[in-house]
Write a protein that binds this ligand. Structure first.
Ligand SMILES: Nc1ncnc2c1ncn2[C@@H]1O[C@H](COP(=O)(O)OP(=O)(O)OP(=O)(O)O)[C@@H](O)[C@H]1O
Length: 621
């Protein structure tokens, strides 16, 4: 597993600096448009082409409307002429028909855009989920990663839809502008340049607005994450009991209000700045529009255009102004989304090291011995190493235990042995070969790990166990054997729908299990995976002493020759292990069999006696 953090991690400050240095040139716009078209094309090319075709049809209808207005006005001014009434009605009908066609096209486009937007969103989600499930586990220790994930979820994912809309609006507005512009030129060529200049103020201010929007989003991500977290805490099922027991409701609510208040204050400030900028842009456009209309009046007075032509020109000017605005709004959307898209692209690149995990030769299907050879590991962002020079060995078929006090590094060492963290120094080897020589995905497929904080999936009991090996279709016989070996048969068979019962009250007919029953389900999940190496991280913490004893006593039989690493706090449980490693402060301080360690009279003997005495005292009390 290559650590995902590295040059691809960009902190918010760097991101803002990058945003400031972004060039907003035509060259950049064309790059963004190319990227966006590729994205939309890959998600739904049929719809995209259909939408563009409709845009062209709408543009033609719009240009036709200008000419029809001119014809209607000319017919009105010529009403006393012979056949003028028929000409008037014909042009009115054409105008009405074209107007209806434009509206119908608009409505159909709306529906198609919505669908295309969803297709784009789905393809983006697919990629984002690939990253979040594919990046190295250590990414989840990094606040940078979470900030980025949050930004991508809350912002970047909606941007491709905006880009889609922006592109289509731009295409349509461009086609319409050309159509209406051509109609306008046929009335008087002098009017066109003035109108194009009219759009410039909006373009200039919109560039600045997009930068403001991006800066705002980057700056607000940590506050938004905190707010979201506080919402989750106050609405979560697991947290509900503690919130009541500790009377935390008002306190948490206060925190939430403060976080929201901070965000709202910043949002109001941000929106004022955006509103001011867009007002400046629109006022500039309005001034240019007045100049254009003035020019038109002058052309009429000068006799260069007819009154009918001038009437049609006014309609065209209004249409063109709105098309130019749509065009620039499209450009703005693409610029605005550009920074987010780059952020998103950077995020998607985080999956590349994960893809490398699948490369390389397949790991062997078994081993003679697994060793962690003088491994060191420090969590990203931590100063102190969690594991500092630990060496352990597990020979095939052995049951090996790691014991030690809280925080001594047991779980971290287990995750290193499971190939989930790459040691900073030292190596995990199978028969002398560093596991990094093989595809890490294939190494992990040979290992079954039951974590201390295993996941309670809100799925059926069957799924909760069969999830241990999704590489093949569920095997009912294996499922039942694993359940039996983990001692979970009774709990599952007494559920209303047995194995089909959802293990969560979130779903109709669902049931929850007790902590110990859940733990047995998790153990069954580990047994179900046909792996030569099984890691059980405190699998007995929620079990009663008899169940714990049974679990360990039956372990060898259940494992049928597989190798097991067993982490526990209860020394009495592990006394029959082939070898016991005692960890303290990230190091292995002692190892041997129970008898050897007791004879050595070191830390193990001390902790064992302490626990035994506590147990005896408790029994006597
Ligand atoms: N995700 C993490 N990020 C940073 N530090 C961590 C993380 N997980 C554990 N640590 C630190 O690493 C050290 C070893 O933790 P580890 O979970 O491996 O200990 P452990 O022996 O399994 O403890 P326990 O018996 O409480 O489960 C501790 O000091 C802990 O604070």
């Amino acid at each position: 597993m290559a650590a995902a953090e590295g040059e691809d991690y960009v902190d918010p400050v760097t991101l803002r600096a990058q945003a400031r240095s972004q060039r907003k040139s035509l060259g950049r716009l064309s790059i963004l448009i190319r990227q966006s078209v590729r994205l939309v094309w890959a998600s739904g090319r049929g719809l995209f082409v259909g939408l563009l075709a409709l845009q062209i049809a709408a543009a033609l209808a719009l240009a036709g409307q200008v000419l029809a207005v001119q014809a209607v006005l000319a017919a009105i001014l010529d009403l006393d002429g012979s056949g003028a009434t028929a000409a008037l009605w014909t042009s009115v009908l054409v105008l009405a028909g074209l107007t209806a066609v434009t509206s119908i096209i608009g409505a159909v486009q709306g529906h198609m855009q919505r669908l295309l937007g969803e297709l784009v969103a789905r393809s983006m989600w697919d990629q984002v989920l690939d990253v979040s499930t594919g990046v190295g586990l250590s990414s989840f220790e990094s606040p940078d990663f979470f900030n980025r994930l949050q930004r991508v979820q809350s912002n970047a994912l909606s941007r491709p839809y905006q880009v889609t809309q922006g592109l289509i609006a731009m295409g349509g507005a461009l086609a319409a502008s050309i159509g209406v512009g051509a109609a306008l030129v046929s009335i008087s060529p002098l009017l066109l340049p003035l109108l194009v200049v009219g759009g410039l103020p909006v373009l200039l201010t919109s560039r600045r607005e997009s930068r403001l929007e991006f800066d705002f989003s980057v700056a607000q991500t940590p506050v938004l994450r905190m707010r979201q977290y506080l919402t989750l805490v106050q609405t979560g099922r697991d947290e509900a009991k503690e919130i009541r027991a500790f009377n935390l409701a008002d306190w948490l609510h206060g925190r939430f209000d403060t976080a929201y208040g901070t965000y709202l204050g910043a949002l109001a400030h941000h929106l004022r700045r955006r509103a001011t900028l867009s007002a400046i842009g629109n006022l500039g456009s309005a001034v240019v529009l007045v100049l254009t209309l003035g020019a038109l009046v002058w052309l009429i007075l000068d006799g260069q255009v007819t009154v009918a032509g001038a009437g049609a020109a006014i309609v065209a000017i209004r249409m063109l102004a709105s098309q130019v605005q749509t065009l620039f709004a499209g450009v703005q959307r693409i610029f605005e989304s550009g920074l987010f898209l780059e952020d998103l692209q950077g995020f998607l690149r985080l999956a590349e090291p994960a893809k490398e995990d699948a490369h390389g030769p397949e790991a062997p299907t078994g081993f003679g011995a697994v060793t962690a050879d003088d491994v060191h590991f420090t969590y990203p962002g931590s100063e102190l190493p969690a594991v500092r020079g630990a060496t352990v060995e597990l020979r095939a078929g052995e049951v090996v235990a790691i014991v030690g006090e809280n925080g001594s590094g047991k779980t971290t060492l287990a995750k290193i042995l499971a190939g989930l963290y790459t040691p900073d120094e030292g190596a995990v080897r199978w028969d002398g070969t560093d596991i990094r020589a093989w595809s890490l995905a294939s190494v992990r497929s040979r290992i079954a790990v039951i974590f201390q904080d295993f996941v309670r999936y809100a799925l059926s009991a069957e799924d909760n166990i069969a999830i241990g090996d999704v590489s093949r279709p569920p095997d009912p016989a294996r499922l039942r054997a694993s359940t039996r070996a983990a001692g979970a048969t009774g709990a599952i068979e007494s559920l209303p729908d047995g194995y089909a019962t959802p293990l969560s009250r979130l779903f109709a007919g669902g049931r929850d299990l007790s902590g110990g029953q859940w733990q047995r389900v998790a153990i069954a999940r580990g047994y179900y995976r046909d792996a030569p190496f099984v890691i059980l991280d405190e699998p007995s913490a929620a079990l009663d002493p008899r169940a714990e004893y049974d679990l360990f006593a039956s372990l060898r039989h259940t494992l049928e020759g597989r190798t097991a690493l067993f982490i526990s706090h209860r020394f009495s449980t592990v006394r029959s292990a082939d070898r016991i490693y005692v960890m303290a402060e990230g190091r292995v301080v002692e190892h041997g069999t129970h008898d050897e360690l007791m004879a050595a009279d070191g830390q193990y003997a001390e902790l064992f006696s302490l626990q035994a005495a506590a147990y005896l005292n408790a029994e006597q009390a």
